[in-house]
Design a protein. Structure first.
Length: 641
């Protein structure tokens, strides 16, 4: 930054989670200025914060040697101040919410600095999401640059990403054994497993149960296997801390599964390469009295994330009594993602627990007796009498699922930061959405989603299950929230939230009385005029939310719009976006989207008329909405004449 001042940069901005994080940075900026012959008070002034919370941290340096140059601290949320920026420095970028980091990027030079590995935790969100995106953009523009470099100036070419990695320790002397010990203890340098030369197809791979006592037994083979497991977990999740390793090692309700290639392609007694990892936590089995007691006292006990969230969201105080397994993490090798290995792991896990689900009831505990943690009074145990040792006899590291009885559960569940890609994965795995947080994650900016899958049910039973009721309730809520809390979602993603291929309950057809609560006779007349090209789209825009609600809540029966029409109806009617915005999101012209909207309104109006005609005929009443609509159209044409 001091060098940038010497090179003539006038507007330099620096940001971090807090001004206190920049004390060392500004200290070296001042040293750099002094080294280049700048003198404080004569050539530059240092301004400190008046906020007692920041302990008089440096927030501004004004240089006045040749001309005025400013190094200014701004909060990460103040990206609107960067209109005249020439250089932006983002320190501890991994600790800043990812959406804010993206907003700080712009048509100026940007330095991002962050720790991505250390015992405080890793900044994987930066490399998993933002840096990968910048890498792909740079790669895509490499070929374009080769073609256009002869005709364009350097400033007009695409921006280039340069990466610099500091491997040397900043806390210990180089080669200090303490750091090496820490890295080994906390698996901070876990590497990805090497893949076999001949990869098996996903359906040939097998899922194994990992005995954690053996995994953390400090045997050479188990240590190498633990390194493979942690390498996959770290590479696939945006944040990892030593607490996660401790939870994996000794949390009573947690279990670990690995996806391995078939034994016939392995060489001798070598450890098999881990293709995928699944970490689950057993939840539920909470008595109704405990639920009501916590509710009365306004408490939200730790753990049991899905039971408490679903219970509070739907006021369903029976749901926590069910037993379930929450998928805490699922990770596949980065070179195998998108090839079906993760789906195979989920299929095998579902089949494993489904075999025991028929025995699940409200009296059986899903937790093995030896894994249940109990709290005892201090007076009952003396430190001099307490014996420390393994709780159970050492078992083989890997156990085939056929040799281990599964816990009796009612459902599988997952909670994750939703993206369109992940939503599609979990839907393909048979999961159904029941919850979407209206508050985004402070690190990734994503909304937390909970999805469930009932175990051991046939098709007929699924349609009548408790999960179907939760899904229909969730869909109704999302239809109302897509115009507010989730309006920023792309309209294709919004439509994805409203669709489900597992639970399809046909509701009672809409009758005239119910229809008039949504679309009156006067509204229908306006729709008919639009269908017959007698009015413009703004004349019926106010009716689109009502039509969209009727369609997406399946009150217009025996009818399905084509995908492009459904997306447009979702964007314009449910999310209430301007037609031009929907056209831009779909990559279509305004005229094409307008034509599709006219067609879908024609289809909806026609189907409502057909539906009403059927009901009136069943009641023996010839006066139908269809006849009224025809009369409206006739009157409109006469008036136009």
């Amino acid at each position: 930054m001091a060098g940038a001042v010497a090179l003539g940069y006038s507007n330099i901005f620096v940001t971090s989670p807090s001004p206190e994080n920049l004390n060392t940075l500004f200290e070296f900026v001042l040293k750099g200025l002094n080294t280049m012959g700048y003198e404080e008070h004569l050539n530059y002034q240092v301004l400190r914060s008046n906020d007692l919370q920041f302990s008089k941290c440096v927030v501004r340096i004004v240089v006045n040697r040749d001309r005025q140059q400013v190094i200014q601290y701004i909060a990460a949320s103040e990206s609107s101040c960067l209109g005249q920026a020439e250089l932006v420095v983002i320190d501890e970028a991994a600790a800043i919410p990812l959406p804010l980091v993206r907003q700080l990027l712009g048509p100026y030079l940007v330095f991002l600095s962050s720790t991505v590995s250390g015992y405080e935790g890793t900044g994987r969100s930066l490399s998993l999401k933002l840096i990968d995106q910048l890498r792909s953009q740079t790669k895509d523009k490499t070929s374009e640059t080769a073609i256009t470099a002869k005709t364009l100036k350097t400033s007009e070419l695409g921006r280039v990403l340069h990466e610099v990695t500091l491997e040397e320790s900043i806390r210990y002397k180089s080669g200090d054994p303490v750091e090496a010990w820490l890295h080994q203890l906390l698996c901070l340098e876990a590497s990805l497993p090497a893949l076999p030369s001949a990869l098996p197809p996903p359906n040939k791979c097998q899922l194994f149960y990992v005995n954690r006592d053996t995994l953390f037994g400090y045997h050479k083979a188990s240590e190498r296997f633990l390194g493979q497991v942690m390498g996959l977990l770290v590479s696939s999740h945006y944040r990892n801390t030593p607490d996660d390793l401790q939870t994996l090692s000794d949390a009573p309700a947690h279990h670990l599964f690995v996806l391995l290639p078939p034994q016939d392609i392995m060489k001798g007694d070598t450890l098999p390469p881990v293709l995928g990892v699944v970490q689950v936590a057993l939840e539920g089995k909470i008595s109704k009295s405990s639920v009501m007691s916590a509710l009365t006292q306004g408490e939200k006990p730790a753990g049991d994330l899905i039971p408490w969230t679903v219970s509070n969201q739907f006021q369903n105080y029976d749901f926590p009594q069910l037993s379930g397994a929450r998928i805490v993490r699922i990770a596949t090798h980065p070179n195998l993602q998108g090839q079906g290995y993760g789906s195979q792991a989920m299929t095998l896990l579902h089949d494993y627990y489904s075999e025991a689900s028929v025995h699940a009831d409200y009296t059986d505990s899903p937790f093995p007796e030896e894994h249940v943690a109990r709290v005892v009074q201090d007076s009952q145990v003396s430190l001099l009498e307490e014996k420390v040792g393994p709780s159970v006899q050492t078992l083989p590291l890997l156990q085939p699922l056929a040799e281990r009885p599964a816990e009796a559960l009612h459902y599988l569940g997952v909670s994750y930061g939703v993206t369109n890609q992940l939503l599609n994965f979990w839907k393909r795995s048979g999961f159904t959405t029941v919850y979407l947080s209206q508050v985004s994650n402070s690190t990734t900016g994503e909304h937390t989603m909970i999805m469930l899958r009932v175990l051991g049910e046939g098709k007929a039973a699924r349609e009548q299950s408790w999960l179907a009721d939760l899904w229909f309730d969730f869909r109704k809520r999302v239809v109302n929230l897509l115009a507010s809390a989730f309006k920023s979602y792309d309209c294709k993603f919004a439509l994805n939230l409203l669709t489900n291929n597992i639970y399809k309950k046909t509701p009672e057809a809409l009758n005239r009385v119910e229809l008039e609560h949504h679309v009156t006779q006067g509204d229908l007349e306006r729709l008919q005029e639009f269908v017959h090209h007698q009015c413009e789209a703004p004349f019926i825009t106010d009716l689109l939310p009502a039509l969209a609600r009727l369609y997406f809540l399946r009150r217009i029966t025996d009818f399905k719009l084509k995908p492009v029409k459904a997306v447009i109806l979702c964007g314009v009617g449910v999310q209430r976006k301007p037609l031009q915005t929907v056209a831009e999101e779909l990559g279509l012209t305004h005229s094409i989207v307008m034509g599709q909207m006219h067609s879908l309104i024609t289809d909806l109006t026609k189907q409502m008329n057909v539906q009403e005609s059927r009901q009136e005929e069943q009641r023996g009443n010839p006066a139908t909405y269809s006849q009224y609509a025809g009369k409206c159209a006739e009157n409109s044409s006469q008036g136009a004449g």
